[in-house]
Design a protein around this ligand. Structure first.
Ligand code: BES
Ligand code: MN
Ligand code: ZN
Length: 508
């Protein structure tokens, strides 16, 4: 990770490799300098806006232009980054996500530099967070397996300075620390997702979670394949039985002494999804190392929530298995017994995520949490319905679903509410078991959610535990070009939303 710090300084005199300023698109379509760029403009004799116009800058998001200053400023280069549309009124602020993304664009563009300073609009110490998050997330790179020369692959910026008026107050430092904790967690998820599946089997994933738990003083329990079999976790066992790399179930716990609410977070942890005997075609298999993105998100979100000492209790559950074909693999038409006794006819071994989640949902429900939330790279249908960047949010409680969508918005993640139409349940009826693992092919994301709903437990009052299901199939892994602060490959989807949601619960 890059080093990051706050600095009260004149951006025109900072001795950095580059200084980042913002450009917005004004209502008339012209580019306008964003607050923060004043001193740089003065050092350039007030000609910054004119120069940017000559370079073709419009202030559009994603855009960036470099200006050499030939000694007029402390840094040899100014990078002007597009923030998108200016606020409609003078007193309104930019959306924090505009700032987060612009900071990300800047840090990606400046990869290879040693020290970068940012002077972007900050509205008080709260404004520090999006700048720091965007910068740290944009600076991310995954180079673990590269030997090629450094010239080909520029390293992340080593040191980032954020220029602010108030660099020392407790509030400012807290905002920076919060951004760092969240960015660290997101980047750790990206690393896990990007790790080749040959180096991240269920055991390695669980060992990594154990290491994190120890470093952060959290309780962790890991069930191995024998314990899973003995306790009746038929879903995890069934999915994992075709692989020579046996499954695990991780339970990670964070407790706050004054917590009022307990959240259970459940993440799909398929370390590689070949489809099993219902083998995937080649083109759909190459990104299935991302199929543990939900598990990684719940584990790292819990770590971040613990580091932030939020006043909530969180239990993270990660059912981990590798879905492989072999002589020992489960067959289409096998019947599994999920933890707790419900039976599932496996008609398609590629619909495996819901099987491991079923075990974990029942087990997590046993502890009677106030909320159950799962995140899973569950269906290709999510991509069909909402595209590659927007997660679907389903559940049994409209208020919880709205709080998730709302927390996501503030955390800078695209999520959208989706229904679980009751009529879909019938398509999951099985000839031989309590339920089948596939149903209607239309609305596949909703059908998968409907399957999961059967495994959500009840509260003492007989009502179902409030539950939300996040299908992050597309958002967990960016197959396209990098954008904003999102790199190619693992993205760290859902972490920031979980932390935001925990913060909301802790303060509400
Ligand atoms: N892991 C996949 C879903 C997925 C697809 C994630 C694309 C990321 C990108 C999941 O296990 C799966 O294979 N789902 C099937 C379900 C079907 C057999 C009902 C699918 O979506 O095709
Ligand atoms: Mn699958
Ligand atoms: Zn899968």
């Amino acid at each position: 990770m890059s080093e990051i710090s706050l600095r009260r300084a004149d951006p025109a005199r900072i001795d950095a490799d580059a200084v980042v300023i913002g450009v917005m698109r004004a209502a008339d379509g012209a580019a306008a300098l964003a607050p923060g760029a004043e001193n740089i403009d003065a050092a350039l004799d007030g000609r910054l806006a004119e120069t940017l116009a000559q370079l073709g800058a419009t202030g559009k998001a994603g855009e960036h232009h470099r200006i050499a200053t030939f000694g007029a400023t402390g840094a040899p280069v100014i990078l002007a980054v597009g923030l998108g549309d200016a606020p409609r009124t003078r007193r309104a602020n930019l959306d924090p996500e505009q700032i987060r993304r612009a900071a990300g664009v800047a840090l990606r563009a400046l990869a290879g530099a040693n020290h970068v300073a940012l002077t972007l609009p900050t509205s008080g110490s709260q404004g520090i967070r999006p700048i720091a998050e965007g910068a740290l997330l944009g600076a991310y790179a995954y180079h673990r397996y590269r030997n090629a020369s450094k010239a080909d692959h520029r390293d992340p910026v080593a040191a980032i300075s954020i220029v602010v008026d108030d660099a020392r107050s407790a509030e400012a430092r807290k905002a920076l620390a919060r951004a760092q904790i969240v960015a660290d967690a997101v980047c750790a998820v990206r690393d896990l997702v990007n790790t080749p599946p040959s180096d991240l089997h269920p055991k390695e994933f669980a060992d990594f979670a154990a290491k994190l738990a120890e470093e952060n003083n959290l309780d962790i329990e890991i069930l191995d394949e024998r314990q899973l079999k003995r306790s009746g976790f038929g879903g995890v066992i069934g999915v994992g039985q075709g692989s020579v790399n046996p499954p695990r179930l991780v339970r990670l716990e964070y407790r706050h002494p004054r917590a009022k609410k307990t959240i259970a977070l459940i993440g799909k942890g398929i370390t590689f999804d070949s489809g099993g005997l219902s083998l995937k075609p080649t083109a759909s298999m190459d990104w299935m190392k991302s199929d543990m993105g939900g598990a990684a998100a719940v584990v790292l979100a819990t770590i971040a929530i613990a580091q932030l000492k939020l006043r909530v209790n969180v239990t993270a559950w990660a059912p981990l298995a590798e879905n492989m074909p072999s002589g020992a693999a489960q067959r289409p038409s096998d019947v599994l017994t999920i933890y707790g006794g419900k039976t599932v006819e496996v008609l398609n071994t590629d619909a495996e995520g819901r099987l491991v989640l079923a075990d974990a949902l029942v087990r997590a429900s046993e502890e009677q949490p106030d909320l159950l939330i799962d995140a899973a790279t569950l269906t290709g249908a999510q991509l069909v319905a909402l595209g590659a960047r927007t997660s679907g949010v389903m559940g049994n409680d409209d208020r919880l679903r709205s709080s998730v969508v709302d927390a996501a918005k503030r955390a800078g993640e695209q999520m959208w509410p989706m229904p679980l139409p009751p009529e879909l349940r019938k398509s999951l009826d099985s000839q031989v078991a309590d339920i089948a693992n596939i149903g209607d092919s239309f609305g596949g994301m909703l059908v998968a959610g409907t399957f999961l709903q059967d495994f959500v437990g009840k509260q003492d009052n007989g009502q179902p535990i409030p539950w939300a299901h996040l299908d992050i199939a597309g958002p967990a892994f960016n197959q396209g070009d990098p954008y904003g602060y999102t790199p190619k490959g693992g993205t760290g989807a859902a972490v920031a939303t979980f932390v935001q949601l925990a913060e909301d619960l802790a303060s509400g």
